[in-house]
Design a protein around this ligand. Structure first.
Ligand code: GRG
Length: 312
């Protein structure tokens, strides 16, 4: 069977060397996430099993990779930005666990596995989401004893960026808009606002937060902010395209669910081809914003292409 990307072509998402570099960083993230959480055997075992079940269910780790790539773009070491990489993935996973609950999107399948509430029950799934959100900020606050005031300041600034993205003007606000939009006609600007808050805010925070935590300054931060804004929206446009065109076994979640639920998506509002055109346009904006950074932004550029050309 021929596999097609979200843009409808057969390009591979990442060149082999880039794919290997991303894979190396992904492994570092897996290790760091493993260390950032209590083991399954820690009391109370049930909650730690539930947290690890969702966090290690096979996510693509796009958000941590964006943090590491943003750090590299401003010359930071991986260790400098790893706390934010882990915290962002924990917040992302919490949002998926809660989004899948019967009171929200009511989904049975996530990352190719039964959802948390299907395995552990609703109460534990709610608490697992809460635990991930709480742990994320504990990880950000866990500064080495000898951390100097400049680094502490960066840590605080990155934490504020993350908190804002997770809060009522970001993830939560977008989810509220999404719930309120169900069964209603939604226009293009409202849909864009919803997507930017629900999905774009956290992705953007990974880039901007990674740059700030890594010591980026001035024009670099402004350029990375423009990149973050473009890929944040592009991610959800592509998700809408994949929901229309993808298969459940490729997506690891229920395909076509938004369309069946009568939810407004980029495809329902703008059509499939226009949505693909918009995704390409946003990719172009993201790549253009990176141009002055040269080779330092190579990974960020690769991730932008991966986001727009992905199949799941
Ligand atoms: C419950 C506070 C709260 C918010 C929920 C993020 C979200 C808001 C809902 C999740 C469902 C959804 C459609 C999210 C949009 C973002 C998205 C496409 C998430 C999937 O991200 P991937 O593809 O997933 O990076 P993996 O599993 O690879 O990490």
């Amino acid at each position: 069977m021929t596999k097609r990307s979200a843009l409808g072509d057969q390009r591979s998402a990442a060149a082999p060397s880039l794919a290997a570099e991303l894979e190396e960083r992904r492994r570092l993230v897996e290790d760091a996430l493993g260390r950032a959480l209590p083991p399954e055997s820690a009391w109370p075992e049930t909650i730690h099993r539930a947290v690890r079940y969702s966090l290690f269910a096979g996510g693509k780790r796009i958000r941590p990779l964006l943090v590491l790539a943003a750090g590299e773009a401003v010359g930071a070491s991986r260790d400098d930005v790893m706390p934010l990489a882990c915290a962002a993935e924990m917040i992302h996973t919490y949002s998926l666990v809660h989004d899948d609950l019967p009171a929200m999107d009511d989904d049975d399948l996530r990352r190719g596995k039964p959802t948390s509430h299907k395995v552990f029950g609703e109460a534990i799934a709610i608490l697992a989401g809460d635990a991930l959100l709480t742990r994320a900020f504990a990880v950000m606050a866990d500064a080495p004893r000898d951390e100097d005031s400049v680094r502490l300041g960066r840590r605080l600034a990155a934490t504020a960026i993350l908190a804002e993205a997770a809060g009522t003007t970001g993830l939560i606000g977008g989810q509220v808009l999404d719930l309120e939009a169900e069964g209603r006609d939604v226009d293009g600007p409202t849909l864009e606002r919803m997507h930017r808050a629900k999905t774009g805010a956290l992705l953007g925070a990974c880039v901007r937060g990674g740059a700030v935590l890594g010591g980026g300054e001035g024009a670099d931060l402004e350029r990375l902010g423009r990149y973050a804004s473009a890929i944040g929206l592009a991610f959800q446009v592509v998700d809408d395209v994949l929901d229309e065109t993808g298969a459940a076994h490729e997506l690891g979640k229920t395909a076509g669910k938004d369309a069946r639920a009568g939810k407004a998506t980029y495809v329902s509002v703008h059509g499939l081809e226009e949505s693909r055109r918009m995704a390409r346009g946003l990719l172009g904006e993201a790549v253009a914003a990176l141009a002055p950074l040269g080779a330092r932004a190579r990974l960020l550029e690769g991730l932008a292409r991966m986001i727009v050309e992905r199949r799941a």
